[in-house]
Design a protein around this ligand. Structure first.
Ligand code: NDP
Ligand code: 2IT
Length: 446
């Protein structure tokens, strides 16, 4: 307990009431940064920590649309433009009924440091809506996306703010939003990333977050003379990040044995091989079904309402959502022999779970480092759009691997403790902060 952190957090909580996820994200970063800032008082005098916790701009708007029954529905749209010190605002859009201001502020705050870690020139932002795409027809999703973009289009642009996908926003939604932006502005630009390959998208962008989380886990293991080869992994979620985590893990000789969704989890000790994964992709991306169907199809166990953290595994990839792994889950993982956690999701571990990882000295890659591959390849998509020249799969993948290696090294540089253990939380927080803080100092009190 550091009283300086408590004092700082008391102000944050008073100013941002009823935003528990935002408090949680800021608290974790403040714990790393406040001691560092004490040693580097220039950041203290310039009030950089206070400034990065305040969004540069918050946009909140009404999104009316017409459902298939001809009725008007009203959702709320948001865009948090958090920090533009090192580049235009960049970050995903989330469509999920739980979306609110506090959740998007936590995601935007994390995004600032994550984007800095990639070394690419991207500031941080996040947005979305409480719209629930589940059970909606393609036409309903299109009408919603068009209404959402009609307002959002006033605030974004390829040199201002470049949204992308997140939970509930994939290729289909990016397509509908891109079409509407182009129509309103009469310009074809790289205003969104995660676009289709034939209209400005980048190879490897759909794969990038999952691949990156696996590359990061491998880096942590290699730094300890080991690798993912032969490792058993628990993966949560069954969406974009989870799918490509399983794909790359299998390619590197590991074995994924779980997947989940908001209703339950499957446990397949034989492993989710390429053929089973292809079936999952069809189930989730085209038929938009539930992971429960996997158990019936492949004859394995399904745990209704349960997360996948109680199985025997060497590595865990939380890839669904925030706070999906609590202290008792962390205890179960560690008691079952899990030695590596690489977070594909944003803030999936609760603070007490993180405390246990660190005190148990297991390899723990926090989301802002481990899942930065997604936004990194978004940055590469922006580069290709600016050049009007696409790169090959090999080129993008090689760059992604280099970026993940460099993020790992940054964490080692800023997070290695006297005994040699790498605190990747501290490493990622300080490593991400320095570049943003120095840019803010150079640009004055703006
Ligand atoms: P998808 O929408 O493709 O998939 C989300 C998955 O997580 C689904 O299986 C979903 O289950 C499950 N899930 C969502 N909300 C909950 C919940 N409240 N409780 C339990 N399960 C839930 O999203 P992504 O794969 O893109 O995103 C997953 C995570 O990765 C998020 O934390 C996101 O912020 C993060 N991330 C994503 C990046 C990207 O490029 N897409 C980049 C970096 C991080 P169900 O279908 O039942 O809702
Ligand atoms: O959380 C994230 O980093 C993302 N959802 C990806 C953001 C992006 O702009 O690609």
């Amino acid at each position: 307990m550091d009283p300086r952190v408590d004092q700082f957090m008391a102000k944050i909580k008073a100013k941002n009431p009823a935003e528990p996820e935002f408090h949680q994200a800021v608290h974790e970063v403040a714990e790393s940064l406040i001691p560092f800032i004490e040693e580097n008082p220039k950041y203290k005098h310039a009030k950089i920590l206070e400034r990065i916790a305040e969004p540069e701009r918050v946009i909140l708007f009404r999104v009316p649309w017409i459902n298939d029954k001809g009725e008007v529905e009203i959702n709320r749209g948001f865009r948090i433009e958090m920090n533009s010190a090192i580049g235009p605002y960049k970050g995903g859009l989330r469509f999920h009924p739980t979306v609110n201001l506090g959740i998007l502020k936590f995601l935007a705050f994390e995004q600032v440091l994550k984007n800095s870690l990639t070394t690419l020139p991207m500031g941080g932002g996040k947005g979305g809506s409480d719209f629930d795409p589940k059970g909606k027809s393609d036409n309903e999703v299109m009408r919603f996306c068009q209404s959402f973009m009609t307002e959002l289009s006033r605030h974004i642009g390829p040199n201002t703010d470049i949204p992308a996908g997140d939970i509930g926003v994939g290729g289909r939604e990016i397509g509908f939003m891109f079409g509407q932006y182009k129509r309103i502005r009469n310009e074809f630009t790289g205003v969104l990333t995660g676009k289709g390959l034939g209209w400005g998208g980048s190879l490897i962008r759909p794969e990038a977050t999952g691949y990156g989380a696996v590359y990061f886990a491998n880096e942590m293991l290699m730094a300890n003379g080991d690798s993912l080869k032969g490792k058993i992994a628990a993966v949560s979620g069954s969406g974009n990040v989870a799918q490509y985590t399983v794909e790359k893990l299998t390619e590197l000789g590991g074995k994924a044995v779980t997947l989940s969704d908001s209703q339950g989890s499957i446990y397949d000790p034989d492993g989710i091989d390429a053929e089973k994964l292809a079936w999952v992709m069809e189930l989730k991306n085209i038929r938009r079904g539930r992971i429960k169907e996997y158990a019936a199809k492949f004859g394995c166990e399904y745990f209704e309402g349960k997360r996948p953290w109680h199985v025997k595994c060497d590595v865990a990839f939380p890839s669904a959502t925030e706070n999906e792994l609590n202290l008792s889950d962390a205890e179960a993982l560690i008691n079952n022999g899990c030695k590596v956690i690489s977070e594909g999701a944003n803030m999936p571990s609760t603070p007490d779970a993180i405390e246990l990882y660190l005190s148990s000295k297991i390899l723990y890659g926090p989301g802002k480092a481990a899942n930065a591959g997604g936004v990194a390849v978004s940055g590469l998509e922006m580069t290709q759009n600016s050049m009007r020249l696409p790169w090959s799969r090999e080129e993008v993948d090689a760059r992604l691997q280099t970026i993940m290696k460099n993020i790992h090294q940054t964490c080692v540089d800023f997070g290695t403790e006297s005994g040699g253990y790498v605190d990747y939380v501290k490493g990622a927080n300080i490593g991400g902060f320095v570049k943003v803080a120095d840019a803010m100092m150079a640009q004055g009190a703006v």
